[in-house]
Design a protein around this ligand. Structure first.
Ligand code: SUG
Length: 416
């Protein structure tokens, strides 16, 4: 049994649009009302997956959820007079950000030796709160092998849970027990704290994690106010490395200390505020990166193109590469359509450490399937959606048909 990290990217759905639905997500609110380009968005996502496959890494994907969601439209009795934001919620393609789909604890960390996944309830934002039942359903197909996986329903909605975006795992090897770090926010600030401590603690219990290898850390309220609505906007971990902004946690040194107590091998790569301000980090999404271990053993950071356009951020990256730290490559990718809604390379993927042979192969990517995805997206995804199109019966028909074609092509019509 060979455990590897498989990145499951969310395929950008055909209804991708900019409705400004997430208070505290600065990109999303700034781009509210812009035209969106679903076809280009989805192709950018496939190109990112192809890049990581070409680096020799295992790649999977998750499908867009059914939209418009008539369940939500009916539950809110939405008619033509309903507020646009409510209607847009029912059309949102937000399931593309699979870092919020679930929290994943790999088999070596759990009491029963299975990989546990808990769907995230995403209750803080209406448009995201509708995701989890369909997400859980999809996870139960992809990870149906109950000898190796356990999929849990979301924790009760009293506690907001946003999934892997507020969770990091440190380990010396994928098949060795790791240390799981849950980062939560405290409510009461200008913007909502979307991850609640009690949700994180419930997920840790559901997964059967060992308390001595589980750490709970508070997010810096200043970072949330600056637009870090998920911790993965200011920090990312891989292997023994924590790559973080200096203002990510409420008690930065205390957080390092607590993690190091559980995981002495911790190596922190900290970006100081004087080099990259919190505002610049959030604008460029330097930390919303995929920190990957390449087959040869070195680490690469897959960052949004926007990082290269910032003198401060790019200068810091170049300085880092000139030194001898653990991150040896910085690779920019174009995911601008997702970025405009506050979703960078890390938001677009859910990491699952597992033996690929135990995953339903219909969710695993290879070059031929990437070609297939591109063909279906190219033929059926709308080229452009303007805000006024949301709610249009003609667009609804196109969006439903496009997703149907994808499911058919992947032999996954069971998720229709
Ligand atoms: O939940 N944006 C998403 C972005 C999620 C990013 N994920 C991580 N950081 N892991 C969100 O705020 C915007 C949709 C709109 O406004 O139309 C949105 O939902």
């Amino acid at each position: 049994m060979k455990l590897v990290e498989i990145n499951f990217d969310g395929i950008v759905g055909p209804s991708h649009n900019y409705a400004g639905l997430s208070l505290g997500n600065l990109a999303a609110t700034a781009n509210a009302g812009e035209s969106s380009y679903p076809r280009a968005a989805a192709l950018q996502g496939v190109a990112k997956m192809r890049g990581n496959m070409a680096r020799g890494l295992a790649q999977g994907f998750l499908l867009p959820l059914p939209r418009p969601n008539h369940g939500l439209i009916d539950a809110l009795a939405l008619d033509e007079q309903a507020p646009r934001a409510l209607l847009a919620a029912a059309w949102s393609a937000s399931s593309m950000w699979t870092a919020n789909a679930a929290t994943v604890s790999p088999a070596p960390d759990t009491a029963d030796g299975r990989c546990h996944l808990t769907a995230a309830n995403l209750v803080t934002m209406l448009h995201r709160s509708q995701e989890w039942p369909d997400t859980a359903r999809q996870l139960r197909v992809a990870f149906a092998d109950s000898a190796h996986f356990a999929v849990h329903d979301a924790v009760p909605p009293a506690f907001g849970d946003e999934g892997a975006a507020n969770h990091m795992r440190l380990c010396t090897a994928h098949d060795a027990p790791g240390v799981e770090v849950f980062v939560y926010g405290r409510t009461g600030g200008k913007f909502p704290a979307r991850q609640h401590e009690q949700a994180s603690r419930a997920v840790a219990r559901l997964h059967g994690l060992t308390p001595a290898r589980t750490v709970f850390v508070e997010q810096n309220p200043v970072a949330i106010e600056a637009g870090a609505f998920h911790n993965d906007v200011v920090a990312v971990a891989n292997g023994n490395v924590l790559f973080t902004h200096a203002e990510a946690f409420a008690d930065q040194q205390g957080a390092y200390g607590a993690i190091r107590d559980a995981f002495p091998e911790l190596e922190v790569v900290e970006v100081p505020s004087e080099a990259v301000s919190l505002a610049e980090a959030i604008k460029t999404y330097l930390f919303n990166a995929q920190l990957l271990t390449l087959p040869a053993g070195e680490m690469a950071l897959v960052v949004p193109e926007e990082c290269r356009e910032s003198a401060a951020v790019w200068g810091w990256c170049e300085g880092m590469l000139a030194g001898n730290g653990p991150i040896r490559q910085v690779i920019p990718v174009d995911v601008r359509q997702s970025m405009a809604n506050g979703g960078g390379p890390a938001c677009l993927r859910l990491r699952v450490v597992a033996d690929p042979a135990t995953v339903d192969p219909r969710f695993l990517l290879d070059e031929a399937k990437a070609d297939l995805l591109e063909r279906v997206i190219g033929a059926h995804w709308p080229e452009q959606i303007d805000p006024a199109d949301i709610g249009s019966p003609a667009l609804a028909r196109d969006v439903v048909a496009a997703r149907g074609k994808l499911l058919e092509a992947l032999d996954l019509s069971c998720l229709a």
